[in-house]
Write a protein of this length. Structure first.
Length: 164
């Protein structure tokens, strides 16, 4: 027969109220940011098959097609890892912010600041329209998420629970 686990006398309810609408929307935006990053990774992998048309520079020298072919496994590995990092960060921040962790709200803001710096670099030296679209789209998603995370309702939610 099933017997419930003995209680310690403490209430088993949630430590904080459910997330308000701005936080839930910010979390959805973060999931959208992960999706945008995943699309960008897929596009980068699709283009990595045609590496001979690239003009890569290393240490001030333009690499030849043979050198690029030789370094292809390393280049693809770097593309995959550098494409997975933003996806993981978006998903991690979405989960932590959805749980009301204030450190995640602060870290999300710092990461948005870094994305802003990256966007400035994109505008200084854009190469193609694709090189411009995805950074701007990612920045807009991050702007919306950070703005929602710092709304008064969101601030009350992040301050309402026990520090974790």
């Amino acid at each position: 027969m099933y017997q419930p686990y003995p209680s310690s006398g403490q209430p088993t309810g949630p430590l904080r109220p459910p997330a308000p609408a701005p936080v839930r929307t910010a979390v959805r935006l973060m999931y959208a940011g992960a999706a945008v990053s995943a699309v960008l990774l897929i596009i980068a992998l699709a283009y990595s098959g045609d590496m001979k048309s690239y003009h890569l520079r290393w240490g001030g020298h333009i690499l030849t097609a043979a050198q690029i072919s030789h370094w292809r496994p390393l280049i693809i590995t770097v593309v995959v890892v550098s494409g997975l990092v933003p996806i993981v960060l978006w998903l991690w921040m979405a989960r932590a912010n959805g749980q009301g962790k204030n450190w995640a709200r602060i870290l999300s803001t710092v990461l948005f600041g870094l994305t802003t710096l990256d966007l400035i670099g994109v505008f200084i030296q854009p190469k193609t329209l694709l090189d411009l679209i995805f950074p701007v789209l990612t920045w807009l998603v991050g702007l919306g998420a950070v703005w929602l995370l710092w709304r008064p309702d969101s601030t009350a939610f992040f301050k309402s629970g026990a520090r974790v």
